[in-house]
Design a protein around this ligand. Sequence first.
Ligand code: HEC
Length: 114
Amino acid sequence: MCRSWHIFAVTAAVVLMIAGCGETDESHQALSANPPSEASIKRAYTMKCSLCHGADGKLMASKAPDLSESTMDLESRIALITYGKGTMPPQKGILDAATIRGIAEYIETFRDIK
Ligand code: HEC
């Protein structure tokens, strides 16, 4: 009798732990849906974009266009960064949508022509 209660208690504890984990996952997703910080956007640009475009957008490595002379609108930039084009790699599934939007806004600060 005592033993089966013990097993029940352990099982209940394990079920609660699993349920608890599920909740943590959800709150984690809610957290990552928060707007990314400026620092994390710049870090993502450095890691994913500066190789070809340079820290100021003007490097033009691997035939990348000079971002300081780009006139592409925001939504087109978001689509281009998400899906890639030519040798420019897509970021879909690598960077989250909020970070992609943040980068698309950030690179506009490289522009000489406003
Ligand atoms: C492997 C090199 C490479 C990397 C890495 C790269 N790009 Fe590009 N990028 C290119 C090339 C090449 C083009 C021209 C694509 C075309 O039109 O065929 C381009 C085009 C662009 C354009 C369009 C400019 C215009 O006005 O035509 C933008 C904006 C841009 N890249 C932003 C980014 C951002 C932001 C990242 C990081 C997420 C990034 N790129 C990563 C090579 C790269």
